[in-house]
Ligand binder design. Sequence first.
Ligand code: PLP
Length: 386
Amino acid sequence: MTLSAKPVISSKLPDIGTTIFTVMSKLALEHHALNLSQGFPNFDVAPELTSLLDKYTRKGFNQYAPMTGVQVLREALSEKTSALYGVNYDPETEITVTSGATEALFAAISAVVSPGDEVIIFDPAYDSYAPAIRLNGGIPVYVTLTPPDYTIDWQEVKGKISDKTRMIIINTPHNPTGTVLSSEDLNQLAALVRDTDIFVLGDEVYEHIIFDGLPHHSLLTHPELKERSFICGSFGKTFHITGWKIGYCLAPKDLSVEFRKVHQYLTFSTFTPAQYALAEYLKTPENYLSIPAFYESKRDQFLSAIAGSRFNFKPSQGSFFQNVSYEALTDENDFDLAVRLTKEIGVASIPVSVFYHQKNDFKILRFCFAKDRETLEKAGEKLSKL
Ligand SMILES: Cc1ncc(COP(=O)(O)O)c(C=O)c1O
């Protein structure tokens, strides 16, 4: 046997490179472009929240938090869920605080997916689902959603269910398309998974970023689905603190037991002072009840800024994102156009093909409108000149 000078890693994710978000943000920086690509806000956090973080850091809450999250935050989440939806989760056994929703998604997938299991995901999809499934030996099975409505064909989903299907991942409001599920969608999903061993993973990080008075149809509002669902949320999205990376998972006790086993060895616990700060901040419901109107006005600022452009769009129903079709403008592929717009007119976006595993190009760009008024107006001006 010849010994190599250095061990060589056999990659578990050989096809995965630098994400498009890094690529576009770097390009935006190099060309001094307005960055409407990555989904993060460019405005300040509520001063009350930063003061609370300061308060709890100074008070000495700086050591490991309990594995499941600090009790006051789990209680605050339980109260909020029961006030908003009339549904109860036991803070002791059914709520776990995580390091962002990304960790919660990974832990839920790891808790149930074994090698060879299939997981149904809807393309275009947030980019962490498929790698998390594959790292656990699972097989992503894709259902493709197409513009302009991106509605789910539940008969197609039924056709993709096999005796190996272990999980279905739902994301509402949806990144990148800005669409939301209806209560009828939940009924259809419930009918498909009834009497099966299929779990449901709900990515509901945009729960409070939903517009035009539309209700958020959380999986937890459907009693049958609630019993088999892991529901992931993110304070990063709700309170514009994406860098704090605080998320959580709501799941019935038996599911939470397994979820916590993974979480325990993935991160063990989550940033302590921020958990206390958030628990106190949640005591004022207006802090989250005001979020839909806040982002709806941002969506509307962006839409009126591009109203005179040659882009076609349906107003986003939820999330930080507005998708636009550029078919009337050019037949370039979406990646090339996103790069050209960043370099030539100074506005960065994300080509939606990157969210499809087969890179389907429907001539759509995704713009993030979680930006201050000035940025949105300037971007609109530039885009309208095309
Ligand atoms: C749909 C979706 N799920 C999860 C996340 C990750 O949330 P967190 O930053 O709390 O990990 C994001 C962030 O962009 C997202 O868009």
